[in-house]
Design a protein around this ligand. Structure first.
Ligand code: RIB
Length: 348
C-alpha cells in the first residue's frame, strides 16, 4: 500500500522506478520521451506516477532538457485592474502552450523588479515578460534581454531594442481631447502618473499635442502616481486654482476615480460642473458614479500579444524583432458633458 502522505510531499523518481519495477533511466525516458519504451513498461511507469502523485522536478529536468517550460512575469501593480487583465491575457496564452507562469509584483519599485529578475534567472525560466517599474532598470533589462527571451509590455525603457507590446498612448489622448473639445471644453487639465514612465510621458505628449493642434493649451498639467489617492490630491489642487478646469483628463482610470472623489468632496457635480475622463476602461469605470467616460485599451489582448511574441521568440530566437502597438478606442459614458457656461473662466 502506498504511503499517500509521502506521495503528496515529495515522491522521487526512484520511488516511481521501484513501484514500476524499472530503472530510474527508464522512468526518465518515459517522462522526457527522449527514447522509445515498450508500451507495457510505459503503462506501468505512468500508473506508478499517477498512483504516487509524482511531479517531475522542473529545474532538475531543465538540466537535461535545458528548458523549464516556465515563464517569469513582473508587473508594476497587480491591484490595478488593467494589469490584472494583462496578466490574465498573458497567462492564458502561455498556459495554452504548456508553460507555467511565475508572477512578481514590483509595486513600481526598481529594487523589487530587479530581485524578481535575478530570481527568474536563477530558476532558469525560459523567458520573461516585464512591464518595467522604472527607467532605472533600463540597462539591467537590456542585459537580461541578451541572456534570454524577454518581451516588454505596456511600458518601454530607454534603449530597448527587443520585442515590445504597447498601447498607442498619444492616439489615446488625442481621442480624449477630440471628445472634450468637441463638447466645448477649453479649460482642460491633465492628472498623470509617474512622469518618467513611458505611459505617463506619451500620454502627456499626446494630450499637449492634441490641444496644440486646436490652438489650445492645457490649463494645468500635474503628475503623481497612477493611483486613486494621487488622482484625488492632484484634482483637489487644480480645482482650488485661480481659474478652474471645466474638464480633467486622467492618464488612467484609477486617477480618474480619484478625480471623481475630489469633485464629490468639493461639492462639484460631475458632469454638470466638471467633466472627468479616464484611461484604460477597467471594469470599475462602468460601475463608478457617474459612469466613467474612458479611453479603452484592452489589457487582456495586450497581455496575450506579449505572450504570443515571447512564444514566437522561444521558437525562433533569431527571428526579426517584433513591436505590436495596440490602438485604443473611446468609451462614452456619463462623466463628461458640455461645460456649464457659468464655469468658463470661473475662479476657484
Ligand atoms: O501603469 C499605469 C497605467 O499604465 C495603467 O493604468 C495602464 O494605463 C498602463 O498603460
Amino acid at each position: 500500500m502506498v504511503d499517500r502522505t509521502r506521495a503528496k510531499l515529495g515522491t522521487t523518481i526512484k520511488d516511481v522506478a521501484d513501484a514500476a519495477g524499472v530503472s530510474v533511466g527508464t522512468v526518465s525516458h518515459v517522462i522526457s520521451g527522449a527514447r522509445q519504451v515498450r508500451p507495457a513498461t510505459r503503462e506501468r511507469v505512468n500508473a506508478a506516477i499517477t498512483e504516487l502523485g509524482f511531479r517531475p522536478n522542473r529545474v532538475a529536468r531543465s538540466l537535461t532538457r535545458s528548458r523549464t517550460s516556465t515563464i517569469g512575469m513582473v508587473i508594476p501593480d497587480v491591484a490595478n485592474p488593467f494589469f490584472a487583465q494583462l496578466i490574465r491575457g498573458a497567462s492564458d496564452a502561455l498556459e495554452a502552450s504548456d508553460y507555467v507562469v511565475v508572477f512578481g509584483n514590483s509595486d513600481n519599485l526598481g529594487a523589487k523588479e530587479r530581485r524578481y529578475l535575478v530570481e527568474f534567472i536563477e530558476r532558469r525560466v525560459d523567458g520573461v515578460i516585464v512591464a518595467p517599474a522604472s527607467n532605472a532598470d533600463a540597462e539591467q533589462i537590456r542585459d537580461l534581454g541578451e541572456q534570454l527571451p524577454l518581451v516588454l509590455v505596456d511600458r518601454v525603457t530607454p534603449g530597448w531594442l527587443g520585442d515590445l507590446v504597447v498601447g498607442d498612448d498619444q492616439a489615446g489622448m488625442a481621442l480624449a481631447i477630440d471628445h472634450l473639445v468637441g463638447q466645448g471644453h477649453r479649460q482642460i487639465a491633465l492628472i498623470n502618473g509617474e512622469g518618467e514612465l513611458s505611459t505617463a510621458r506619451e500620454r502627456r505628449i499626446g494630450f499637449e499635442r492634441a490641444l496644440r493642434a486646436r490652438d489650445l493649451a492645457a490649463i494645468a498639467v500635474s503628475e503623481g502616481s497612477f493611483s486613486i489617492e494621487s488622482g484625488r490630491e492632484q484634482a483637489i489642487t487644480m480645482l482650488g486654482a485661480e481659474v478652474r478646469p471645466t474638464a480633467i483628463c486622467a492618464a488612467n482610470d484609477l486617477l480618474a476615480l480619484g478625480g471623481l472623489q475630489a469633485a464629490h468632496e468639493l461639492g462639484l457635480s460631475v458632469p454638470g460642473q466638471l467633466s472627468v475622463m479616464g484611461y484604460d476602461d477597467i471594469a470599475y469605470a462602468s460601475l463608478a458614479s457617474p459612469r466613467l467616460t474612458s479611453v479603452s485599451q484592452p489589457g487582456y489582448a495586450i497581455g496575450a500579444a506579449a505572450a504570443r511574441l515571447l512564444i514566437e521568440r522561444l521558437r525562433d530566437p533569431g527571428g526579426a524583432r517584433q513591436e505590436v502597438v495596440i490602438r485604443p478606442s473611446l468609451v462614452l459614458r456619463d462623466s463628461t458633458a458640455p461645460p456649464d457656461p457659468g464655469a468658463l473662466g470661473r475662479t476657484g
